[in-house]
Structure formats: C-alpha cells, structure tokens
Design a protein around this ligand. Sequence first.
Ligand code: FMN
Length: 374
Amino acid sequence: MDVQPINLAEFEAFARERLPASEYDFIAGGTADEATLLRNRTAFGRLFLRPRVLTGAGAPDLRTTVLGSEIAFPILAGPAGFHARAHPDGELATTRAAGALGTAMVLSSASSHPLEQVAAVATGPLWFQQYLFRDRGLTADLAARAEAAGCRALCLTLDSAVRAKRERNIRHRYTNPHSPTYEGVAVPDYDWDTSDAPRGVSALIDRAAGWSDVEDLAGRTALPIVVKGLMTAEDAALAVVVSNHGGRQLDGTLASVEALPEIVAAVDGRAEVYLDGGIRRGTDVLKALALGARAVLVARPLFWGLAVDGEAGVAAVLRILRDELATDLGLCGLASAAHVPRGTVTPRPRLGTLASQLPYAVNGNPAQVGQSDP
Ligand SMILES: Cc1cc2nc3c(=O)[nH]c(=O)nc-3n(C[C@H](O)[C@H](O)[C@H](O)COP(=O)(O)O)c2cc1C
C-alpha cells in the first residue's frame, strides 16, 4: 500500500482521491436529502458506552456464529453491487480478504464476477444476496445456483423494489455496469440509460411481493433465508438484517441503529438479528452488539479498501475494525463479542435521572441538577 490509512475515514479520503467523482458519489451517496445517510452515522454518536472495570475478563474473544457458522469477529462484508467499480479484482478480492480474516462475505447478485467464480475463491462462509423477482423461475434459479456453488444462506433484500431518487447519480448521469449474474435475462421496457440500479434489476423485482413469496422461496431452497432491509417491528419475522440500505432507498427514516431495539424486542430471540448502516468504528460495532445485534455488516468501507489497495486494502479495513472492537471490548471489561450485555450502552441520559445515581445525590440536593435534557 502506498498510503497508510489508520482508520476507515482515512481509507475513504484516499479512496476518494483515486476514484472518478461519479463512482465515489455512487458509493458514498444516499437518496434525496441524504438525511437518513447522515443519521446512520450521527445516531452512533448519541449512544454512549458504559465501561466496567475489574471484571476479570482477560483478552476478549471476538468469535461468534452466524446461522451456525463460526466467524472470527462479528463483522461481515455486506452485499454491495459491482465491486469492480473500485478495483478490477472486485468481489474476488473482497471474498478472499474476508475469508483470510475468518469472516463471512455476502455476495450481491449484482456482482462484477459470476457467482460460481467468487464461490471458488471463498474460504469463509459465503451468502448470496438476491431479490424476489416477478419471474419466480429466475428467483428459484438464482437460489439454486447459490446452493450448488456452496453458499450457506440466501440474503433476500426487500427494500429495493422501488428505484430511489439518488440525486448525486442524476447529476452525474450515472449508469451502472452490467452484472454477469443477469446475463441473458430479458428486461422488457427497461430504461437502460437512466438507471442507477444494477442494470435491469429494479425492473425485475416484484413490487407486489408479500411474505407468502418469502415462504414460497423458503420451500424451494435448502438454504436459510436472511431478510434484509427491515426497519419496523411489524416486519420482523425470520433471520433479519436491520437496514435502511445505507440511506440509499427511503430518505427520512430512523437510523438503522435506532430501529434496532424495536426489532430485537419483536424478534424476542426467535431469529438472529444483524445490523448495517454507518458502521465505521469498533465502538459502533460494540454499540450494535449491546443493543442486540449478533453481528454487523459493512458495505461502503469495502469499496474504500478496494480502491486504495484491492484485496490488501479490504483486509486492512476489516482488520482495523476488528482490532478497534477488540480494544473497545477490553476497555469495557467484556470477555466476549458474543455476549455483550444490554447495559453496555445507554442513550444520553436525562440529567435528572443521572443525578439520583451520583454520589453527591446521596448527600442531598439532586434537584439542583437540570431536570430536562431533551
Ligand atoms: C455501492 C453500494 C452498492 C450496494 N449494492 C447492494 C446490493 O446489490 N444489494 C443489497 O442488498 N444492498 C446493497 N447495498 C446496500 C448495503 O448492503 C448496505 O445496506 C449499506 O450500504 C450498509 O451501510 P454502510 O455502507 O454504511 O456500511 C449497496 C450499498 C452500496 C454503498
């Protein structure tokens, strides 16, 4: 690597220098006013850690399991289309890096390399991400290809049936490259010139699909299904990724980490819950784990790693997050990433509440401390 970024923000800055402006904006951008994109980050700043001391924890164990597969630390490479926009090796590089570090890779169906080629280089768990297509045959065929290639789960993205208004892409007149996954698939009446979605995909997705279609797919594949893109308790059902698509679909939602507690409560231990959106620091991972996520996914940082140094860049990005998490677990007196107590995190407390817990409150006059702190 000709540069030495020491955190994910520096990776992004170096990647930005190397990428064409239209590609940088495609990756970094969100939808409409980008309010949700921003909130995904700022929401972490409104959560605070509560470190414990003298817990006897020793060096923290970062391992956990996702759908029964052990991973070395609870951070997955999330699904994102066309990694070759940042480096010619694309998903081959990302998948090798994730495997070398002992974590899982979720391969987008809009991959720049065919699923089978990517599966051939995977040494860690590989999940395949797809959609519910209007063409049920295509839905089942992709699931069958994933299963035959050795993927361990299907990640079904449910928040992308409507093409979002991504204004940075409109300004650049951006068009997405074609994914070999959709080779040979006919897309009638599709506006190829103005699409910022992986070519053809938004026209293929069934906007009228319901939960029965998820059940139908589950009946046609032996793979477990992870549904991605849930933001409300009403929708929580199976193994889920709490996600607002990194602020790239509906603008004006809560941050995904703000939606996490309601979904964890609704799922009530019946399914594994993962989170993505704005994870850039070990402390972000720790806060998500404390709020009930089993693991997190990252997407944009993979592109920053690819753009800076291909496979080695992605490995460095994942290593930085992993090492920050190890430090943060240690500083919080925690022994295991798989068991992070809820009390490890708190939203900004109202000072009135805090006052009753402070030592001087025992000696009187807690009322002098501010009562409301919105
Ligand atoms: C360039 C790019 C392409 C993406 N492509 C896909 C995709 O093909 N399928 C999918 O389910 N999510 C896709 N996503 C969404 C990510 O999986 C994820 O939900 C979100 O970006 C996570 O937030 P983060 O980028 O802040 O880590 C994409 C995200 C980006 C940035």
